[in-house]
Design a binder for this molecule. Structure first.
Ligand code: TUI
Length: 324
């Protein structure tokens, strides 16, 4: 078994969080991950307030044990952030994960309600601020991730964040198998968060075309667009992302025109299955995923491989000086 302070802090069998993916991470997926011993996460930017309440209720109804924890993800750039922050308190959600900013305006209320807060951080500076605000852990998310990304890679961000804060660090970005879990632990993380691999889970209701697009992806098939607008996003290359990239380089177009082109694109791919003209957000590890598995099987396989590679790691150590 791999046991870290993340297991104890959140009451988990495995130190793994599911990514809170907009339009994708619902109550059904979150419950499947939490039932498998990880932390399931519901995205709060799907279809509005009532939908969020409904997904939280669905998740609770599907949990095998009412004490199993789950989380909601609050995307702080979203106009729905305030409403989601209030719903977390109203519905006594045990954990809130924040992204795309610092959760300063909401911390007091969440902490008073006994909610554990885990911000996603793209740098050591933001990690330190999150710790000072009262976060109980941080997610160091490297730019290998899908969706809204920071600049640094998981490889360099994780150890620097681990050195910068005294709360536990969860590594995210590019982790899709047990080698990624083992490497994250070696980099100073106490757990991992995985988005793309849970996107392909049987219990994930994303459109079948979206899953197929991920299974067909090669290593170099993702692209980051949106830097010009201040919110870079990683997605799979397709007609939409190529055109978005072209528009970004076109100085005759206003930021507003580019924003309008991107509006609704994730929904188009995730719900309607238009994986050519929609945004198929996915991480660089997409090419490591080949088949649909249950959330339980994803976690069991990942941690069995992590245990194996960690148990074999001693092979790199030798008693003797081997070179002259
Ligand atoms: O939030 C994410 N990933 C996301 S959100 C999303 S929804 C979306 N839809 C359409 C267009 C754009 C996004 C898709 N993927 N990850 C968490 C994350 N947080 N990544 C980076 C950060 C972050 C960035 C800056 C966290 C804090 C931060 O603070 C800087 C500051 O100045 O506040």
């Amino acid at each position: 078994m791999i046991v870290t302070e993340i297991n104890r802090l959140f009451g988990l069998k495995y130190p793994i969080f599911q990514g809170g993916m907009a339009w994708i991470s619902n109550g059904q997926l979150a419950a499947a991950v939490s039932n498998a011993g990880g932390l399931g996460v519901i995205s709060s930017i799907n279809e509005g307030e009532e939908a969020l309440r409904r997904e939280i209720t669905t998740c609770r109804s599907l949990l095998h044990n009412p004490d199993f924890p789950f989380a909601i993800n609050v995307m702080l750039m979203s106009p729905q952030a305030q409403a989601a922050a209030d719903i977390a308190v109203e519905m006594q959600v045990p954990v809130v994960i924040t992204g795309a900013g610092l959760p300063t305006p909401y911390m007091k209320k969440w902490l008073a309600a006994g909610i554990k807060v885990v911000p996603v951080v793209p740098s050591t500076g933001i990690a330190k601020m999150a710790a000072r605000l009262g976060a109980c852990a941080v997610i160091a998310e490297g730019g290998e991730s899908g969706g809204h990304v920071g600049d640094l890679t998981t490889m360099v961000l994780t150890p620097q964040v681990a050195d910068a804060v005294s709360i536990p660090v969860i590594a995210a970005g590019g982790i899709a198998d047990g080698r990624g879990v083992a490497a994250s632990l070696m980099l100073g993380a106490a757990g991992v968060q995985c988005g793309t691999c849970f996107l392909t889970a049987k219990e994930c209701g994303v459109h079948a075309n979206y899953k197929q697009k991920i299974f067909q992806a090669k290593d170099i098939d993702t692209i980051v667009t949106g830097k010009r607008l201040g919110h870079p996003v990683r997605s799979l290359k397709n007609a939409f992302s190529r055109q978005f990239a072209d528009m970004e380089y076109n100085t005759n177009l206003s930021d507003q025109e580019i924003e309008s082109f991107g509006a609704g694109a994730l929904r188009r791919a995730a719900l309607e299955g238009d994986v050519q003209n929609g945004s198929v957000m996915a991480g660089q590890c997409a090419a490591m995923l080949h088949e649909e598995k249950t959330a339980q099987q994803i976690i069991v396989d990942m941690f069995a491989q992590a245990e194996h590679v960690l148990a074999c790691a001693g092979k790199f150590l030798t008693e003797e000086e081997s070179h002259a």
